[in-house]
Design a protein around this ligand. Sequence first.
Ligand SMILES: Cc1cc2nc3c(=O)[nH]c(=O)nc-3n(C[C@H](O)[C@H](O)[C@H](O)COP(=O)(O)O)c2cc1C
Length: 247
Amino acid sequence: MKKIFVLIGSRQKKGNTAGFAKRITDRLDKEKFEVEYAFPQDFNIAPCMGCSQCFVRTNCVNRDDLNLLHEKILESDLFIIASPVYMHYFTADLKLIIDKSSWWAHTFRLQGKPVVILSTCGTNGFDTVTKPLGEIMSYMGGNVIASANAAMIPDQLDNEEWMEKVSGEIAGRINKYAYIPHESNKYIERTFPYMKASVQLQKEHKENSNLDIEFGEYNYWRDTGMLNYDSFEDYLKEKYKCKEVVV
Ligand SMILES: Cc1cc2nc3c(=O)[nH]c(=O)nc-3n(C[C@H](O)[C@H](O)[C@H](O)COP(=O)(O)O)c2cc1C
C-alpha cells in the first residue's frame, strides 16, 4: 500500500481544485493507494515572524501544526500539491506553508519524492501556479512527475473529454512512480552543486567567526550523507540501496 498526501491550497473543500485532484485520485486502485486530503483550515499555521531560526534549527520556533503537516508530506510515497490561481499566483494559505518550509529548499528535503502539481484558474492563470510551484518543489528535492492546470475558460474543468485524458495520464504516472525508487531529474541536478557549495560555506563561516551555533542545514547534509556526493542522482541510488542512511 502506498500513501498519497494531497495538500490543497484552497479552503473550498468541494471547490474546483479539490475536484480536479479527486478526478485523478479516484482513478487509483484503493487496494494499492491510501489517499489523504488536507486543506489550509485543517491546520493551525502561525504567521512567519522572519526570525530565520528554521534555517539553523531545521524546525520552526512556533508551536503550531507545521510539524504535523510536514510529517504527513514526508511520510507519503507521493505528494500532490494543488492550488487555485489567486492573483496570478498560488493562494496566501499555501504561500505561508511554503515560506515556513524554506529550509527544505536548501536541503532537498523531499529527497526525490514524486510530486504532482495541480492548479485551477478562471480565465488567464494557466501556468502562473504550476510554474513557480514546480520550481519550488524541485528546489525542495521533489521529482515533479506531472503538472497540470484546469481552466474554467477555455472549458477544461467541465470538459469531460479533456478531464478524462488528463486525469488518466496523471493517474498512470502516479501508478508508475509511486512504486519505483525515488529519482532525481535535471532541475534538481542543476541546483545540487550550488546548494552543496552554499552549505559548505556556512560551515566555514561558522568556523572562521567562532559562532557558537549549529547550522542545522549543514548538519542535515552531513547526516543524510548528501555531502559525500557530487550529484543527487548518485546519492539517491546509494540511499535506496542502503537502508541505514538517515531519512
Ligand atoms: C481571490 C481570487 C483571485 C483569483 N485570481 C485569478 C487569477 O489571477 N487568474 C485566474 O485565471 N483566475 C483567478 N481566480 C479564479 C480561481 O482561480 C478559480 O475560480 C479556481 O478554480 C478556484 O478554485 P477553488 O474552487 O478550488 O477555490 C481567482 C479567484 C479568487 C477567489
